[in-house]
Design a protein around this ligand. Structure first.
Ligand code: G1P
Ligand code: ZN
Length: 548
């Protein structure tokens, strides 16, 4: 029995900075460890929920530093707030896609994911909290704004006065009146993936003599999932998954699957005797990177290939309804949608904008240039899903990664695409840059710069076709008459100053030019992007920190 004496009502003072960004509340560990910082935010979630009494929630995280401690606090707070049951991943581990899957499968009333995604971890790294709603979708902006507003006025939080509970052994236990059900972190999710993909076909591919794959889990959450799926279920030789043990600080690395941070994989895939297939995933398992021998698949291209080949996958054999991409993502998938005669929706950056389209059954597949792709099987992006998708295409067609990509470009033309990130920029300078660009926009229409002719410059506002909500200030797009684009926006996930993102895209129909290097192909357009945005002048930086 929970008696009132066990429920502590702890007085607290509000913090003014608990507004969720593109994907949850993400701050440095130092910020999260401030007195009552986590507690305030969690209590704000419970306070704005319609009902807590007797409800079931899911709890898990990516295993980063502070994951365990935070999970214990949240369990005690959930019990004190009247939650009936929490399904918690063993050792408090659940990837983001697995959490969405468990919420959906067991029809729970939402869930909490402890992650700062691809940001570094450890005592000096980042931590984060994401709240997902019924159906497994990330909380919509209206809700994260309500949580934020509440967090600025909070005066107390509720917590159970009780020792930590064992979440390392499977099974049900009691915490006050609440049942804590420690679940296998992998089972439900693997079962869902097995219902979509031809696991036996991929098994045959992975056990073909001479076939080698390398999955780099970057010491983050997908390690145990990848070992279970590829090595145990599909017979890939042990060692096919590297860096497969989740570590609190990701082994000191940056758990972001791209050419810079997944350099170990990149060296293997560009080295001698490269494996036939390479892949990586991020901190919480929602991002993916796909590689062939000496080849990197641009995520925007991956979305297009996945859409074009969906009919080969058992779970999508009846065709797809529609597709969506975030605004900066290249228009490669637009051409596929046109060929398939399905609708293509453009949404602002951030997975939460796909939720309404998925729920309303307008789209089956969606993706972002930032290494995220997924479908209506859950309501988050899904790294292992994308990796299995490529393996399934390979198994079904007998083609290599590189053949699949070149064949696609031959059919549709190639969209060269690169993103330049300028990190830790002074906030005032970033805002001044945005303002200057907005001022410039009206004068850009029909202007010519060498070979490039601008059609329009727009400040991107999204009108949600399902609920009519309007999201303003979602980035600036400079459109060219040949369908090239320059996109500018400020990141909503950075934790230090502002991160400025410049996206550069150019369409190349000529097959003979498809082997060109992206930086080379985009050289002139990049120079123009720098000139128009005056990015070096505003940031005081001569080059970006990272190009992906
Ligand atoms: C970044 C990506 C975005 C992705 C988000 C969460 O957000 O650009 O596509 O949804 O991380 O993984 P940003 O920092 O650009 O706001
Ligand atoms: Zn992530």
């Amino acid at each position: 029995m929970v008696t009132d004496t066990q429920v502590l009502r702890v007085p607290t003072s509000p913090y003014m900075d608990q507004r969720a960004g593109t994907s949850g509340l993400r701050k440095s560990v130092d910020v999260f460890k401030q007195k009552n910082y986590l507690e305030n935010f969690i209590q704000s979630i419970f306070d704005i929920r319609e009902q807590n009494e007797g409800k079931t929630l899911v709890l898990g995280g990516d295993g980063r530093y502070f994951n365990m401690e935070a999970a214990q606090i949240i369990l005690k707070m959930a019990a004190a707030n009247g939650i009936g049951r929490i399904k918690v991943g063993q050792h408090a581990l659940l990837s983001t896609p697995a959490t969405s899957c468990v919420i959906r499968k067991h029809k729970t009333d939402g869930g909490i994911i402890l992650t700062a995604s691809h940001n570094p971890g450890g005592p000096h790294g980042d931590f984060g909290v994401k709240y997902n709603i019924v159906g497994g979708n990330p909380a919509p902006e209206s809700m994260t704004e309500a949580i934020f507003a509440h967090s600025k006025t909070i005066t107390e939080y509720k917590i159970l006065d009780t020792p930590d509970i064992d979440i390392d052994t499977l099974g049900e236990k009691k915490l006050g009146n609440m049942i804590v059900e420690v679940i296998d972190s992998i089972a439900d999710y693997q079962e869902l993936l097995e219902s979509i993909f031809d696991f036996d076909g991929i098994h045959a591919l992975l056990t073909t003599k001479g076939f080698k794959m390398c999955m780099d889990s970057l010491h983050a959450v997908t390690g145990p999932y990848a070992k279970s799926i590829f090595e145990k279920r599909m017979g890939a030789p042990s060692g096919s998954v590297v860096n497969g043990v989740p570590l609190e600080d990701f082994g000191g690395g940056h758990p972001d699957p791209n050419l810079v941070y997944a350099h170990e994989l990149v060296e293997i895939m560009y080295g001698k005797n490269a494996p036939n297939f390479g892949a990586a995933s991020d901190g919480d398992g929602d991002r993916n990177m796909i590689m062939g021998p000496q080849m990197f698949i641009v995520p925007s291209d991956s979305l297009a290939v996945i859409t074009d080949n969906a009919h080969l996958i058992p779970g999508y054999k009846n065709g797809i309804i529609g597709v969506a991409r975030s605004m900066p993502t290249s228009q490669a998938v637009d051409l596929v949608a046109k060929a398939l005669k399905i609708n293509m929706y453009q949404t602002p950056t951030g997975w939460k904008f796909f939720g309404n389209l998925l729920d309303a059954n307008k789209i089956t597949i969606c993706g972002e240039e930032s290494f995220g792709t997924s479908s209506n099987h859950i309501r988050e992006k899904d790294g292992l899903w994308a990796i299995l998708f490529w393996l399934n295409i390979m198994a079904a067609t007998g083609k290599t990664v590189n053949q699949i990509m070149y064949d696609h470009w031959r059919k549709y033309g190639r969209h060269f695409f690169l993103r330049h990130d300028f990190e830790s920029v002074d906030l005032d300078k970033a805002h001044a840059m945005t303002e200057a660009l907005k001022q410039l926009l009206p004068s850009l229409s029909d202007k010519k710069y060498g070979q490039f002719e601008i059609s329009s410059g727009t400040d991107y506002t999204y009108n949600d076709p399902i609920d009519g909500s309007i999201s303003k200030n979602q980035g600036i797009i400079i459109n060219f008459k040949d369908s090239s684009r320059i996109v500018y926006r400020i990141s909503g996930t950075g934790t230090q100053g502002a991160t400025i993102r410049l996206y550069i895209e150019k369409y190349e129909p000529d097959n003979k030019k498809h082997t060109q290097d992206s930086q080379e192909a985009l050289h002139d357009l990049t120079a123009l992007a720098y000139e128009l945005t005056r990015v070096c002048e505003f940031t005081g930086m001569s080059q970006p920190n990272i190009i992906t």
